[in-house]
Design a protein around this ligand. Sequence first.
Ligand SMILES: [Ca+2]
Length: 336
Amino acid sequence: MITKNRQNKKILSKKEKSRLNSLERLHELMKSDLQKAAVVFDKLLTIKENVRKDVRQIRGSITRAQQSEKECENTAPCAVPRRIYNIPVKEVRSCVELVQTENVPEDGSAVVLRIDDFLQKIAFCYPDGRIVIQSRFSGGGMSFDRTWTEYERGFGDAYDFKACKKGEYWIGNKYINRLSNKGMNFGVKLKRTDGETAAASYADTRVSDEAEFFRLKLGNFNIECGTLGDSLRGDSYSRSYDSRNIAKTTHDEMYFSTRDNDNDAFSGNCAAIEKSGWWYNRCSAANLNAPMSNASENGVFPPDGINWQSFSGLQTLSLQETEMSLLPAGWNFTFC
Ligand SMILES: [Ca+2]
């Protein structure tokens, strides 16, 4: 066609030739554009195919996620874990704030405790407004023979996601300090092997900060229920000891010790001997962090197992359940 046009140019006028040249240039340009468009079109086809593959993959992932969620629901009937990790768990400054805004069930509720903008922790609250700082029970299996750093940061789980109930845990000394630095009611609840329970509280109690080795400062002792004495002040370390020995076993004003950070009043290392972190003197009349030993102490020194001597006695088995908690002044514990 172009050849023919060239032949025809000879018989064309000047004006017609110029026009023909313009048309030929335009034709070349269009041809080039079409070739470019074809390349782009091919690329678009490739992109479209890739997008299809991506969509298929994403659909597969969603289906697998939905299947896992169903399996999870079947194995874990409680919704709490998802509530915790998918956020809508209640985030509160204190358990009192929780009970003022929510109906907390009698067996308690897990919360995200926001102490300040930088310090938060999953914790456990009861409807009387108390926050659990230590929880142990028979069969829990959690070791409380831990390092200084572990006791400082806390360990264990405030909530047992499989059993859907309070877990075994130590909230952490730095949290206990922050919660109690203005004075708090401090509660202990105990259960013996024979099923007997007892509870006590201390008014206006504080735990100082790490610079002072998380020193314990107890307020006035009150029996909440059951029969027990003030074993955090040495009662009743008898067994050939007299009342003068209370000075050696009270935990009031004692520093916190762990096996790797001995701040006790004993020449040896109470935390290593009693296999736990605690406010040791030389060494203890109560130790709720001791191993949950099921062997009888049989008067062996030092006492092995969780003890509160005015309740557990020296010759008994380890306590089977303990709980330590904090509650603001003006609020009452309902342990019993
Ligand atoms: Ca020592």
